[in-house]
Ligand binder design. Structure first.
Ligand SMILES: [Zn+2]
Length: 108
């Protein structure tokens, strides 16, 4: 139980640190695994996560647009509105993804 509380405190410290730096350039981390069929994921305030094997430049541009959406809306509004749109319109038709495809790119 104690260890859980310690982890929670560390997590909150990291989170509060990231909150103050909303205008920062996102850190891109290359990962082995993401839930399929995701090639990349923007998880504010932590950064952008892209599959190791993905080399297309548009993928990072696409995620950069999501990061800009987060910077514009703030953490809670971003997640809340994204989730709302996701439930209402699904993945491809939600306005966050439409904007990211238009400005960033997407290869069909
Ligand atoms: Zn997207």
């Amino acid at each position: 139980m104690k260890i859980l509380i310690i982890f929670l405190i560390i997590f909150l410290i990291i989170l509060s640190f990231n909150f103050r730096n909303i205008k920062r350039i996102p850190k891109i981390t290359y990962v082995r695994w993401l839930p399929k069929p995701r090639r990349g994921m923007t998880i504010p305030p932590f950064g952008i996560f892209v599959r190791k094997e993905v080399t297309e430049a548009w993928e990072e541009k696409h995620e950069d647009v999501h990061w800009a959406q987060y910077q514009k809306l703030g953490l809670f509004k971003f997640y809340f509105k994204y989730l709302y749109e996701f439930i209402k319109n699904g993945y491809f038709k939600n306005s966050f993804e439409i904007e990211a495809r238009k400005k960033g790119g997407w290869k069909d």
